[in-house]
Write a protein that binds this ligand. Structure first.
Ligand code: NAP
Ligand code: FE
Length: 364
């Protein structure tokens, strides 16, 4: 078995200021962010002060929105090429980090179009990538994935060893400004990664250890954090849990809850982590039918799979109202059955079963 995590990860409070030189991966930086979070968290200032100290020029591209699109990354690629930036520093949640990864590959391979990213045989070089997460959820700071929204509205991830960030700086101080809803929706994304990693046909003894630790941290500290948002010690636990869960999916990939959730994010506007986590108990129960051993860790932590669902309910994961039309159910179930996530999910699935899962979620 292989455990592959080539990213150099620095973590802890005020971590950038302690390892400044590690951030300098080239001669001119493209900083990739969303509109606000990099600024309000202080992460952008920390990065810029290092670049200034080392006299590294930079260009700041701040137009990455949630669920980044081809237009956003193509604009970033054009800015990067025009300004001859030779490394990318992505600051923010999964959206700017994933966009930064796509921009790094497209800039190093200017003949590629975004669709080409999805076959990693199309490229063998990328600009170096530095990641500075401001959410505790995606784990993108330690994964070889980037998730983009295609022009047809489908979310899809691409995978390449080249997009493991070269170095990541994980500082819980940047997470203190997240409100309750963002804290919840991002943390349950991390929880989804850890749980899906455990259930996946690709789970390994090492990924299972990381997953168990991640789930325990979230179980213990997410409810506390939701009641005490500016507690940096709690934030640190969730940051570590999220990075551990990223290390899990870097080995196992994600399974059905992610595929089921992508449709809800795009068509119903529910944030990624929440749209995904709502399916975890349903899928865990399906997996148990085929392989009860796979859910033992969950049962140890939560008592039973029903208790796992009760935990998710209590923290507010199911606080939404959605309705599906028959046409939507037909489209979503068709897309899910065609997604790559199916093959690594233990259990038997067909379109009807998938439709039933969506219906159950709408009722909860
Ligand atoms: P996000 O989409 O990056 O950000 C969501 C919102 O949170 C934005 O409005 C953002 O503001 C704001 N925000 C970020 N950090 C903040 C902070 N510290 N304080 C206050 N507001 C903050 O959220 P995300 O959940 O981290 O990322 C989701 C994306 O990652 C999805 O596209 C998902 O598919 C992808 N994903 C990737 C992986 C992977 O392995 N690569 C894994 C799972 C999910 P700004 O717009 O101002 O930044
Ligand atoms: Fe995710």
């Amino acid at each position: 078995m292989l455990y592959n995590m080539p990213t150099k990860l620095y973590y802890g409070k005020n971590i950038i200021s302690q390892h400044k030189d590690e951030m300098i991966c080239g001669e001119k930086a493209l900083i990739v962010t969303g509109k606000n979070s990099a600024k309000i968290t202080g992460a952008l200032d920390d990065v810029i002060s290092v670049l200034n100290e080392f006299k590294i020029p930079y260009v700041h591209y701040d137009e990455i929105g949630e669920n980044p699109t081809y237009d956003m990354i193509l604009k970033g690629r054009d800015i990067c090429l025009k300004n001859e930036c030779d490394f990318v520093i992505a600051i923010g949640g999964g959206s700017p980090m994933d966009a930064g990864k796509a921009i790094a590959v497209l800039t190093a391979n200017p003949d590629l179009i975004p669709d080409d990213l999805f076959d990693n045989n199309n490229y063998d070089v990328s600009l170096p990538i530095v990641a500075v997460p401001t959410t505790a959820g995606t784990g993108s700071e330690v994964t070889e994935y980037a998730v983009l929204t295609k022009p047809n509205g489908r979310k899809s991830g691409f995978k390449s060893n080249l997009i493991f960030p070269d170095v990541s700086f994980l500082d819980p101080i940047y997470m203190l400004k997240m409100n309750k809803n963002l804290t919840l929706t991002t943390a349950v994304d991390a929880l989804s990664h850890a749980v899906e990693g455990l259930l996946s046909k690709k789970s390994t003894p090492i990924s299972n250890i990381l997953a168990r630790e991640s789930i325990e941290l979230i179980y213990r500290y997410l409810p506390k954090t939701l009641e005490d948002l500016e507690n940096v010690e709690y934030r640190e636990k969730l940051a570590i849990a999220s990075t551990l869960a990223g290390m899990v999916i870097a080995q196992t990939g994600t399974i059905l809850p992610h595929s089921l959730g992508y449709r809800i994010t795009i068509h119903k506007g529910i944030r990624h982590g929440q749209a995904t986590a709502i399916f975890l108990p349903l899928i865990a129960k399906e997996v148990k039918k085929e392989n009860p051993k796979k859910v033992e860790t969950l049962e140890k932590i939560f008592g039973t799979l029903d208790n796992f669902e009760i935990f998710l309910k209590k923290i507010g994961t199911y606080n939404f109202n959605i309705v599906f039309t028959e046409e939507e159910l037909e489209l979503f179930s068709e897309e899910v059955m065609n997604s790559s996530h199916i093959k690594n999910t233990p259990g038997n699935y067909d379109k009807n079963k998938i439709k039933e899962m969506y219906k159950k979620i709408a009722k909860i």
